[in-house]
Design a protein around this ligand. Structure first.
Ligand SMILES: Cc1cc2nc3c(=O)[nH]c(=O)nc-3n(C[C@H](O)[C@H](O)[C@H](O)COP(=O)(O)OP(=O)(O)OC[C@H]3O[C@@H](n4cnc5c(N)ncnc54)[C@H](O)[C@@H]3O)c2cc1C
Length: 421
């Protein structure tokens, strides 16, 4: 039986391990920290309730690899069907339309802008399939520049913490160059995207995967080399030999391990930027505007550092005390941690009746979200071909910024990789 080592027990490494094991491989994971999950972890605080380290929501559509994964692990989902989402634009919160009838009533776009969206299935065939656009161009060419200028920046900035004119269309798998045809038509055929959370929190997914895998914790891999027909992975407390090694770690960390094996790939991975974030978890008195809401994201022109805020209490069991719990995202671009008082002053510009918060818990996420610039993704694809047989990089940045992208990506990687026994 082929022996495989996976470096990293985040959602990428765990999903790959689970899939490879089910195909009969002998898989071991090594993880530098003492717990599995990477960013997909739920901290349970008896006073504060669930605090998510990373993602709070996943888009689960029927027939997708993520749906199959959740079903095969028997993970119950809480579905958030009717929660409102807002965009902070022109100094106020505007609700994102949830249906075609709401779209036509929304003040976000002019009538011309709204009608332009429906031309996408026709106009998409005039796009240059060989050109890599920025996300702003890709969205504008397909759905019109009103959408690209007014609605998309808040959503893209909320996901990637970078404005759409600074990132490649390759950053969001839906817009990948190879994805020909109509995005609108595909979305209609796929049905309404349902945002969900595992009922016990996002960490339930990675805990369930970890329980099926063999993981060695507190073990960092610092060097890789090939000798006597095996790949060797070693670190201060570990040395093992395998038929194959998969690096399920962020690009800069993979770059360090690959610097002697593939200098070209290593140099390209090192250049991928990641956004780092602070998230502030705060509790407030019941608030009418935010009740039954997923929260809001800000148009990049509206705030220098605040990206938006999620209403965590809408995602869990309804709060009997009628308090709301918020998670406010702040981009790290300064040396000192912002003061809660400054964050609160920003929040009340958008929700003036938000009560002060007595407690505020701060989490830091470094190397959180990959930002793909134009030209980087095709470079990665070409340079991955340099990797010798038995070695591959399957870090999240290869597949997209979200949990769904990673699980979909691992699924298609399984069918095309050179990992056949
Ligand atoms: C604040 C935040 C909010 C997010 N929100 C969403 C969201 O709403 N929806 C969504 O879908 N996605 C969201 N994401 C993105 C998503 O969480 C990540 O894309 C995904 O978790 C990345 O998983 P990964 O396994 O590739 O990497 P990681 O989670 O970074 O896991 C890598 C693992 O490898 C280990 N490791 C690293 N180097 C070594 C080494 N040398 N030896 C051994 N082990 C090593 C690390 O300890 C870590 O456990 C969010 C992320 C953050 C941080």
């Amino acid at each position: 039986m082929k022996k495989i080592l996976i470096i990293g027990a985040g959602i990428s490494g765990l999903t790959a391990a689970y899939r490879l094991q089910s195909e009969g491989y002998d898989v071991t994971i090594v993880e530098s920290s003492k717990v599995p999950g990477g960013w997909v972890r739920t901290l349970v605080d008896p006073n504060e309730g669930n605090i998510e380290k990373g993602p709070q929501l996943i888009a689960v559509e029927s027939g997708t690899p993520l749906r199959y994964l959740l079903d095969s692990l028997g993970i119950p989902l809480t579905i958030h069907r009717n929660l409102s989402r807002f965009i902070g634009i022109d100094g106020k919160l505007v609700r994102v339309p949830r249906s075609v009838s709401e779209l036509f009533r929304s003040p976000l776009l002019t009538l011309k802008g709204k009608l332009r969206i429906f031309l996408e299935p026709l106009l998409c065939y005039f796009l240059n399939k060989n050109k890599e656009y920025t996300l702003h161009e890709a969205i504008g060419n397909r759905f019109g520049f009103e959408i690209a200028d007014r609605l998309a920046p808040a959503i893209v900035n909320g996901i990637l913490a970078a404005p759409p004119n600074e990132v490649s269309q390759e950053s969001i798998p839906l817009f990948r160059m190879a994805n020909e045809g109509s995005v609108l038509w595909r979305s209609i055929m796929r049905g309404h995207t349902v945002l969900s959370t595992p009922t016990g929190g996002m960490g339930e997914l990675t805990q369930a995967l970890a329980s099926k895998c063999s993981i060695i914790f507190n073990t960092e891999i610092t060097s890789l080399n090939y000798s006597q027909s095996y790949w060797h992975a070693s670190g201060p407390t570990y040395d093992g030999k395998f038929d194959s090694i998969l690096l399920a770690i962020p690009a800069p960390k993979a770059a360090a391990l690959l610097s002697l094996i593939s200098p070209r790939l290593s140099a390209i991975l090192k250049k991928i930027e990641y956004t780092s974030l602070y998230s502030f978890h705060s509790t407030h008195a019941y608030n009418n505007t935010l009740d039954n809401s997923l929260g809001f994201l800000l148009h990049p022109s509206e705030s220098e550092f605040l990206l938006g805020c999620f209403v965590s209490s809408s995602l869990t069991i309804p709060d009997k005390d009628k308090t709301i719990k918020l998670r406010t995202f702040v981009k790290i671009n300064q040396n000192s941690i912002p003061r809660w008082q400054d964050i609160y002053s920003e929040l009340i510009k958008w929700v003036p009746d938000l009560s002060p918060s007595n407690s505020c818990h701060i989490e830091t996420a470094s190397l959180a979200i990959p930002i793909m610039r134009v030209g980087q993704f095709p470079e990665i694809v070409r340079a991955l071909e340099d990797l010798p047989s038995g070695l591959d990089w399957i870090g999240g940045a290869r597949f997209g910024p979200g949990v769904k992208d990673i699980v979909d990506g691992i699924d298609s990687w399984m069918s095309t990789s050179r990992m056949h026994a």
